[in-house]
Design a protein around this ligand. Structure first.
Ligand SMILES: [Zn+2]
Length: 217
């Protein structure tokens, strides 16, 4: 059985480590005294690629393992296809999240560098103010959400294969105990899924149950 909490921890560790090194890198770019013009434009556009490369193998693995764990009811599915799906999916899945994070950091740096001068900060002060953009809390949040997404998308890839062979599985939204009170996910608990799948929000740990056709139908 894949252990989602183990995957969350692993992803969280990798992201925390990468965030810390991004903060160091950004401070290095800014220079002393800090100047936003010193940061290459390319950094804001695709500096996140390094993080993406580090998390990709974990996401691929989670996707494939989740697909493998789905009961196949005697149906043979094409695992090369599932593996290819996993690789394609993992290549882009985290990009919007990381791009947004870099965009927010860019806005933050624009506000913080003038304050460095106005409020006569040290470089350590500036680094401390920048830390919130690279915090372990953010790393954990992304780790939880992306673990949910990898699991759900891996299963969906396998389900799509099964459906194609004429066995139609019905997806149901399931919340974890601690999410039953979530205003977004709570009302979806045990409801049939028609369009949107988990995660529904950052830190969403919901999952999907699939109903298999009854014997003899
Ligand atoms: Zn949820």
């Amino acid at each position: 059985m894949i252990d989602r909490f183990e995957i969350e921890r692993k992803l969280g560790r990798v992201l925390s480590r990468e965030f810390q090194s991004e903060l160091d890198k950004l401070m290095g770019y800014l220079g002393d005294p800090p100047d936003l013009n010193n940061v290459p434009r390319s950094y804001w556009q695709n500096g996140w690629k390094r993080i993406q490369n580090q998390v990709e193998p974990i996401l691929v693995d989670t996707f494939v393992q989740s697909a493998l764990e789905l009961p196949l009811v005697g149906i043979t599915i094409d695992w090369d296809l599932i593996n290819a799906d996993a690789v394609n999916w993992a290549r882009t899945s985290l990009v919007p999240t990381l791009q947004k994070m870099f965009d927010k950091t860019y806005v933050g740096v624009n506000e913080l560098v003038p304050r460095y001068f106005e409020e006569q900060w040290s470089r350590a002060d500036l680094a401390r103010h920048l830390e919130k953009y690279y915090s372990p809390v953010r790393a954990e949040m992304i780790a939880i959400t992306e673990t949910t997404r990898a699991k759900v998308e891996g299963e969906r890839a396998a389900v799509a294969e099964i459906n194609q062979r004429g066995v139609i599985l019905v997806p149901t939204w399931m919340t974890q105990e601690d999410e039953r009170v979530c205003p977004i996910c709570g009302p979806r608990h045990k409801q049939r899924i028609t369009v949107d799948y988990p995660p529904a929000h950052p830190r969403c740990r919901c999952y999907v149950d699939y109903d298999y056709p009854k014997e003899g139908n």
